[in-house]
Design a protein around this ligand. Structure first.
Ligand SMILES: Cc1cc2nc3c(=O)[nH]c(=O)nc-3n(C[C@H](O)[C@H](O)[C@H](O)COP(=O)(O)O)c2cc1C
Length: 164
């Protein structure tokens, strides 16, 4: 493969198919938009970044309504979804206006809305934002959280592997 191959017309399709073949855990990130308040979206681009300090990385599309909350808010929450939460993943991947009323959620710290029954919840203080292309990389330092004894929701080849 030559460097020019990245400019080939099929590169986008190859990229999409390859990424669809990567099995991913599924998370909902929630933040606070400076104007409209609590926001949230489904993501698979979530990963551990470092242990010192304990940090996570998430990639956010600038076209999402949660973009400002995730890039301008001081805190965000990460909910790693459990196998019985594919409906929550679909809800937060949608554009409905009342996402938090259509699932079980509670008011958390820093104005964040927290999703109930997740596999793990991490409260993060935003520490770094890098914009590249049409996405931003957001790094957050974990300041609090909890982990439950549940199985994960997995996304692979455009399907959730959950139980519902
Ligand atoms: C399985 C799955 C994974 C997704 N991962 C991401 C992601 O990592 N980053 C992103 O910006 N959007 C991702 N999306 C798309 C957003 O969830 C979607 O655009 C959502 O409607 C955004 O909500 P909002 O506009 O209310 O913020 C994903 C969608 C699905 C179904």
């Amino acid at each position: 493969m030559t460097p020019e191959a990245t400019d080939a017309p099929h590169a986008l399709e190859v990229f999409k198919e390859a990424m669809a073949s990567l099995a991913s855990g599924v998370a909902v990130v929630t933040g606070v938009d400076p104007d409209s308040g609590p926001c949230g979206m489904t993501v698979t681009s979530i990963a551990s970044y470092s242990a010192k300090p304990p940090s996570v990385i998430v990639c956010v599309d600038e076209s999402t309504r949660s973009y400002r909350g995730m890039t301008e808010g001081e805190y965000f929450a990460v909910h790693l979804l459990s196998e019985d939460q594919p409906d929550v993943a679909r809800l937060f991947a949608s554009k409905v206006d009342d996402k938090f009323e259509q699932c079980e959620s509670v008011a958390g710290p820093h104005g964040l809305q927290l999703i109930a029954d997740s596999l793990a919840t991490l409260i993060c203080r935003k520490s770094f934002v890098a914009k590249h292309g049409d996405h931003a990389i957001v790094i957050g330092t974990v300041v609090d959280g909890s982990v439950e004894d549940r199985q994960p929701l997995v996304y692979w080849r455009r399907e959730f592997s959950g139980r519902r």
